[in-house]
Design a protein around this ligand. Structure first.
Ligand code: DGY
Length: 324
């Protein structure tokens, strides 16, 4: 008998067909995101679940007693209650590697658009304000030759550092749980304390995963340490930053600007003050959102699911679930 799988987010047809070869499956094809209630209803009888961002917590696990695998359609897995999943013998997988360059490209889009004020000045032109040469008050900051500080030097962090070093001649500082000897050798990346990265960088890019330790890692104290010309970029998760402290830093010109792909609450509230600020570029969590990369992520998530249900090692199991 085939294992039963529920796919809570749309995936390409060919990936569905691949899953169909090995599993009996149902897929959410509604116009909007599946509601929590519908998800809980649809996982009751399943062995496997493919999700993007849905909380895998005690409540969900207790209504899905047969569940063995949760395959995330993302590299981040802060939606997993790891202890609870382990207690119940459920393993979790994610989609690293295939999205590294796509996310790194997007981080550079944020670096360039914030420093050269691309969105703000695009509006200026469209609104018919370009009547004479622009004033000094519209000038931006250079990216080439600047210091790029990366907090969270995983694969994506390294892909960002590579672009910074070889594309823009930037000096690379980084803070991470572990040293990265290869990045130090090949990119001249300098390992620093968090404080040193915050104080010395022109661009501070936050890429750390969201965990108990990194929740609100960047708050009032940390923004105070930054240069008043610094640009803060968040490509990790919104909750790694105290959003009030970020708003305060931007309002009081403690930093030059911010580029945000993620927010404390997503989708972001339209009344969030960050959306009213000219020196902030905002995006709807699109780090990995190109067709090619999202398709590759879906295929990897499917392979993870199929392998794990066969009792084989999935290609990218989350490290916390690996046996010592
Ligand atoms: C991830 O995969 O965790 C990214 O944030 C999605 O864009």
């Amino acid at each position: 008998m085939k294992n039963k799988v529920y796919i809570a987010n749309p995936i390409p047809k060919y990936v569905e067909e691949y899953i169909g070869k090995y599993c009996e499956y149902q897929i959410w094809n509604g116009d909007s995101k599946i509601t929590r209630d519908k998800l809980l209803e649809n996982v009751k009888d399943v062995d496997g679940l493919i999700v993007f961002g849905h909380k895998i917590d005690e409540e969900l696990l207790s209504v899905a007693p047969k569940l063995k695998v949760v395959s995330n359609l993302s590299v981040g897995y802060d939606n997993f209650n790891i202890e609870e999943m382990k207690k119940r013998g459920v393993v979790g997988t994610n989609t690293p590697y295939v999205l590294d360059d796509t996310v790194a490209d997007l981080i550079f889009a944020l670096i360039l658009s914030t420093s050269r004020r691309v969105v703000e000045l695009d509006k200026y032109v469209r609104q018919g304000k370009w009547k004479k040469d622009i004033e000094r008050t519209h000038f931006g900051l250079d990216v080439h030759g600047a210091t790029l500080g990366i907090i969270g030097m995983g694969n994506i962090g390294e892909a960002i550092a590579t672009r910074g070093k070889f594309g823009f001649g930037m000096d690379i500082l980084y803070h991470n749980r572990t040293r990265k000897p290869q990045a130090e050798k090949e990119l001249g990346a300098k390992y620093c304390s968090l404080e040193e990265v915050l104080r010395k960088s022109d661009f501070i890019v936050l890429m750390t995963p969201l965990t108990e330790d990194t929740k609100e890692l960047i708050g009032y104290k940390e923004f105070d340490m930054m240069k008043d010309t610094a640009i803060f970029i968040n490509g990790s998760r919104g909750q790694t930053v105290n959003e009030e402290a970020l708003i305060n830093a931007l309002n009081n010109k403690k930093i030059f600007g911010a580029g945000l792909d993620v927010f404390y609450k997503e989708p972001v509230d339209v009344n969030n003050p960050l959306l009213k600020m000219d020196n902030v570029v905002v995006l709807p969590h699109i780090g990995s959102a190109t067709g090619k990369t999202r398709d590759e992520m879906a295929m990897l998530a499917a392979e993870n699911m199929v392998k794990a249900l066969k009792g084989e090692m999935p290609p990218t199991m989350v490290k916390e679930f690996k046996k010592e």
